[in-house]
Design a protein around this ligand. Structure first.
Ligand code: SAM
Length: 232
């Protein structure tokens, strides 16, 4: 395993403000200028969003429910949640991502939906209390020792539930073959970290939370374990 320095966060922030922003905006968008791998990742990610929304709705209407979307990207989750009446606080470490999310929200949230509150902030410095905290496809940018602290932080913000997605380590070997394609060529500014479910579960248990529901999303080049945790 690679030894990891303390600068993951700064590297990730730079990446998502520059080449990573261009790359992921395209993948998370709807335009045709994506290659086969990017199209597959787009599909996988949209399934994650869909499944997360389903999990959120399982407990009833989202109308008036406060949701913190930590690492909101271009707003793929925040915007549909706002459409359903959730009071969304959307934040991301990347100013470019937040600006794009805000722009898309303005375009899409026309008839009376409450605009999410957008903020440029890393999740480690978020505060406040939310009914639900969601953090999708963010932990992949951090090693487990960092992820532990992030999970604890996210749990401390949540009153009732925490929904997380991460790249599962069980598929490590499959993934290894494909990771290169996730961050190819000159934009290989970040690496992908996989997390074992046991490690995530342990981090949650340490702060008094337990996993209540699990989902797995796989396409050819995209893998995500989705978990819903609640106070134990
Ligand atoms: N959650 C979004 C989604 O699923 O559509 C975006 C996923 S994208 C792969 C990862 C996002 O996490 C990027 O927008 C990145 O800027 C953000 N991010 C990375 N590290 C972060 C941190 N420490 N705090 C907040 N956001 C972070």
């Amino acid at each position: 395993a690679e030894e990891v320095g303390g600068d993951d966060k700064e590297v990730v922030k730079q990446y998502f403000n520059n080449s990573g922003f261009q790359r992921w905006k395209k993948i998370y968008g709807e335009t045709d200028d994506v290659n086969r791998v990017q199209l597959d990742i787009r599909l996988g990610h949209s399934k994650t969003i869909e499944n997360a929304i389903k999990m959120l709705q399982d407990e009833g209407s989202l109308s008036g429910v406060t949701v913190c979307d930590a690492g909101c990207g271009v707003g793929s989750l925040s915007i549909p949640l706002a459409k359903q009446g959730a009071i969304v606080s959307a934040s991301d470490i990347s100013a470019a991502m937040v600006a794009e999310a805000e722009k898309q929200a303005r375009e899409e949230l026309t008839n009376g939906a409450v605009m999410p509150k957008f903020e440029v902030k890393d999740l480690e410095s978020l505060d406040g209390k939310y009914d639900t905290v969601v953090c999708l496809d963010v932990l992949i940018h951090y090693p487990q020792n960092k992820a532990d602290g992030m999970i604890a932080r996210l749990a401390s913000l949540a009153q009732n539930r925490l929904i997380l997605s991460f790249a599962p380590k069980t598929l490590y070997y499959d993934l290894l073959k494909r990771v290169g394609e996730l961050f190819p060529g000159p934009s290989k500014a970040t690496r992908a970290y996989l997390h074992s479910e046991a490690d995530v579960e342990r981090a949650l248990r340490k702060v008094g939370w337990r996993i209540r529901k699990r989902g797995l999303i796989t396409t050819q080049f995209y893998f995500a374990r989705l978990v819903e945790a609640v106070p134990a």
